[in-house]
Design a protein around this ligand. Structure first.
Ligand code: MAN
Length: 365
């Protein structure tokens, strides 16, 4: 990790704009060119938003790899999706002259349907030093059923009682839902199905039971009332979730005025649970900030930072497939430092260290 002396000097440098954020000098540490496409007729357009775990002496990332068919015809957009009937990835051409909205690079919105311009899967990468990663060729998890036909995205990994639980976003014409898988070795993976139905994403599982119950943060959407709030729920078995309670919402005229969602798995401190969440403003600028939840009653917010702890500032954060985005799905707390792995501009992966002191200071503690 960057906290080891070998890397402290040459790897991490103080950010220009924010005290106590040390961006890795090798950033972005993983780029689309580092990934071999899964097919000769596909290209990798993004590798970002990785799930993060410590496994034995390694740091493991579950990379979100976004691919699309190589575009050969200027008159069409070729998209790819998983066909459950044939259990295969198939492609389809969308004529550019149809009545459709192509303004969001992530989407094609036609009068009849919404399609994604890329399809994502999850691929493991391993590292001893937390900076240099070996990327495996085979996917850990890829689209496999009707709930995942537009791909799977944004894994969060929680180690609970010796098992790594991986929740991830499953996208299909039915909507955006969240599914669960588990592993003990990051070689074989067991699927447990959809745990939060559409529209619901940004699910993080607390890494331990509280008073005998599992807890999760999640982000249901109310399109009628334009709500993207974070909720907290509990479960006896990680599969059936209930006692849903609204935890917190967006804040007007703030960095998190438009949307919020949980990002990293919460970690316990003496003051309570610290959750690093993401927020977007009206310009779709994504930042990361901190919120402190009560240790025993995590549905109670104790403190919430006014300012983000990480915001898009560098070229690689400000320019890319979807610009001005820092988006994390995981971090490792080590020696009072948050080692944050995060997607930049929906294109690559960067790594930064933020001290726990600075994080708590952002919460007024
Ligand atoms: C979505 C997320 C991420 C993505 C951001 C920015 O809300 O789910 O997948 O990084 O938007 O595009």
């Amino acid at each position: 990790m960057c906290s080891t002396p070998a890397h402290r000097g040459d790897c991490c440098k103080r950010s220009n704009c924010q005290v106590n954020v040390f961006r890795c000098g090798d950033n972005p540490i993983i780029k689309p060119n580092d990934i071999k496409p899964s097919r000769d007729d596909f290209e990798v357009i993004g590798v970002f938003n990785p799930g993060v775990a410590r496994f034995s002496k390694e740091v493991i990332l579950l990379l979100r790899v976004a691919e699309r068919p190589i575009q050969r015809d200027p008159n069409v957009v070729r998209v790819a999706f998983h066909d459950a009937a044939s259990d295969a990835i198939v492609t389809k051409d969308i004529a550019k002259n149809i009545e459709a909205d192509f303004s969001d690079p992530r989407l094609i919105v036609t009068p009849n349907a919404t399609l994604l311009t890329s399809i994502s899967h999850l691929k493991p990468a391993r590292s001893e030093d937390g900076v240099h990663f070996r990327i495996e060729q085979d996917a850990a998890l890829a689209a496999a059923n009707e709930y995942e036909s537009f791909g799977i995205e944004d894994a969060r990994i929680s180690l609970i009682d010796g098992t790594y639980y991986i929740d991830y976003v499953a996208v299909s014409p039915y909507g955006v839902s969240t599914a669960l898988a588990s592993t003990k070795d990051f070689r074989t993976f067991e699927r447990h199905g959809v745990i939060f139905c559409p529209e619901n994403k940004d699910v993080v599982l607390f890494p331990e039971k509280i008073h005998g119950r599992y807890y999760a943060l999640h982000r249901p959407v109310s399109s009628l009332f334009s709500k993207h709030d974070i909720w907290i729920s509990e479960s006896p078995d990680l599969l059936c979730w209930g006692n849903h309670r609204r935890l917190m919402g967006r804040r007007d005229n703030s960095w998190d005025e438009a949307k919020i969602g949980a990002s990293a798995v919460p970690f316990r401190t003496k003051a309570g649970w610290v959750e690093i969440y993401h927020g977007a403003d009206r310009n779709n600028r994504y930042c990361l900030g901190a919120v402190l939840l009560d240790a025993d009653q995590p549905w109670k917010v104790i403190a919430r930072a006014d300012q983000p702890i990480l915001a898009p500032e560098t070229d690689y954060e400000c320019d890319g497939f979807f610009s001005n985005v820092v988006f994390s799905c995981g971090l490792i707390l080590d020696q009072e430092k948050l080692n944050v792995y995060y997607g930049v501009a929906d294109t690559s992966i960067a790594y930064a260290q933020i001290t726990l002191d600075a994080t708590m200071a952002s919460l007024g503690l």
